[in-house]
Design a protein around this ligand. Structure first.
Ligand code: MRU
Length: 357
C-alpha cells in the first residue's frame, strides 16, 4: 500500500539485511530500519517496531534467515528459533512461521540451508499478501451488500491496527475496506484509538489517510453510543489467535466492542488468514495473554509544538497499573470469520469444513 504515494510492503530483504518500517516512529516519522542479526529481529518484535500477528510471523521467519547468516551451527539456530517464538506470546503466527521454516530446513545440507530459509521467508510473505488480498475480495462483498440496502456511506468500526502495517500488504480487517473503496463503494471508518499504545490512532488512521479513505478517530469507549445511534453498520477487527471453535483473541477491548455490537444488532466480523487459526488449543483459558509493561499505560508519547517527540507521565507517581494486551471474544458474538477461502461461521464445524484439505 502507499505512503506519500509510494508503494511499500512492511518487510523486505536486501543485500543480506532485513528492512522494516519502524512502527514505533509512526505516525510522525517514517523510518526504514535495518535488522542485521537475529537479536535485532527479536528486539524489533519485542519493542513493537514490527507488530500485528502476520507481520511478526514474517519477521520471525526472516529472523531464522539472519540467525543462519550469523552461524550454521544447528544448536544456535534452534535456540534462536525458540527465542523468536517466545518474543511475544499471544499471536500464533509467530510459532506457525518459525515451525514452518525450521521444518523446511530438516535434512538440508549446510551449504543450502540459507537459500532454503530465505525462500521460505519470502514465500510466507507472498502467501500472506495473497491471503490478505483474498480476505479483501471476500469481505468487500459484505460491505457491498450493506451498501446496496442502505444506498449511503457504509460506516465501519475497527479496533487496533489490523491494517496493511500489521501484515505484509492489504491488512486483514482493512483489506475488505480497501477493496470496497476501490469498487467505488462510499465507506467511512470509525477508528478506535486503542489504548494504551494507540495503534488505531497512530497506525490505522495514518494508513487510511495515505489511501484517502475517510476515517474518524474515536476514544475506545465511544463505539457503544455510536452503535446505539445507528452510526455503525458493521465492525471488522483482526485477530492474533482464533481457536478452531471460533473464539477470537485480539487486542484488549475487542470483547467489549463485540458485546456492544451484539446488544445493538450490529454485525461483528473478524478477518484473518488461516495462519492465525490455532487448531490445537481447545479452551480459550489456555491462550497465553501477554501482559506488558505498565509504563505503556502511565506514559504517553507525542509530538510537541517544536516537532519534538516527547514522552510524559500522565498518572499519579505512586499509582499501579495493569496492562493486559489481549482479550478473548467468545464465538457466539462473532457474526462471521472472513478468511482467504471465504466467510465462515465462527464454529468448529464450519471452520473444519472450510479448511479441510
Ligand atoms: O499488540 P499488537 O499491536 O501486535 O496487536 C495487534 C492486534 O491486536 C491486531 O488486531 C491483530 O494482530 C491482527 S493484525 C492483522
Amino acid at each position: 500500500m502507499r505512503i506519500e504515494g509510494k508503494e511499500y510492503r512492511t518487510i523486505w530483504y536486501e543485500e543480506s539485511v532485513v528492512k522494516i518500517i519502524d512502527q514505533t516512529k509512526l505516525p510522525h516519522n517514517f523510518v526504514i530500519k535495518e535488522l542485521k542479526t537475529v537479536k535485532d529481529a527479536i528486539n524489533a518484535i519485542k519493542v513493537m517496531e514490527v507488530r500485528g500477528a502476520p507481520l511478526i510471523g514474517a519477521t520471525a521467519a526472516y529472523g531464522i534467515v539472519l540467525a543462519i547468516q550469523e552461524s550454521n551451527d544447528l544448536e544456535f539456530i534452534k535456540k534462536s528459533a525458540e527465542e523468536l517464538i517466545q518474543s511475544r506470546p499471544t499471536a500464533i503466527n509467530l510459532k506457525w512461521a518459525v515451525d514452518r521454516t525450521i521444518q523446511k530446513l530438516a535434512g538440508i545440507n549446510s551449504d543450502q540451508i540459507l537459500r532454503i530459509a530465505l525462500n521460505e521467508a519470502k514465500e510466507i510473505c507472498d502467501e500472506d499478501e495473497k491471503f490478505c488480498e483474498n480476505i479483501g475480495i471476500n469481505g468487500s462483498k459484505i460491505i457491498e451488500e450493506i451498501y446496496n440496502k442502505k444506498k449511503d456511506t457504509v460506516n465501519i468500526l475497527t479496533h487496533c491496527n489490523a491494517g496493511w502495517l500489521a501484515t505484509i500488504n492489504w491488512g486483514t480487517a482493512t483489506s475488505p475496506i480497501y477493496h470496497a473503496y476501490k469498487k467505488g463503494i462510499p465507506v467511512h471508518v470509525w477508528v478506535d484509538e486503542t489504548r494504551p499504545r494507540n495503534q488505531g490512532a497512530n497506525l490505522t488512521s495514518y494508513e487510511l489517510n495515505e489511501e484517502e479513505i475517510p476515517n474518524t478517530i474515536i476514544a475506545d469507549n465511544t463505539g457503544g453510543i455510536l452503535m446505539q445511534r445507528g452510526e455503525v453498520d458493521m465492525c471488522i477487527v483482526g485477530t492474533d489467535r482464533t481457536l478452531s471453535n471460533g473464539d477470537v483473541c485480539n487486542k484488549i477491548g475487542t470483547y467489549l466492542k463485540a458485546l456492544a455490537a451484539h446488544d445493538n444488532n450490529v454485525p461483528f466480523y473478524v478477518a484473518l488468514p488461516s495462519s492465525t487459526i490455532d487448531w490445537d488449543i481447545k479452551d480459550a483459558k489456555d491462550i497465553p495473554i501477554e501482559e506488558r509493561n505498565s509504563e505503556e499505560l502511565s506514559h504517553v508519547e507525542g509530538m510537541d509544538e517544536n516537532n519534538e517527540i516527547k514522552k510524559v507521565l500522565i498518572y499519579p507517581n505512586k499509582s499501579k497499573a495493569k496492562n493486559l494486551a489481549f482479550d478473548v471474544t467468545p464465538a457466539k458474538y462473532v457474526t462471521g470469520l472472513i478468511t482467504e477461502r471465504g466467510i465462515s461461521e465462527a464454529s468448529s464445524d464450519a471452520l473444519k469444513q472450510l479448511f479441510k484439505k
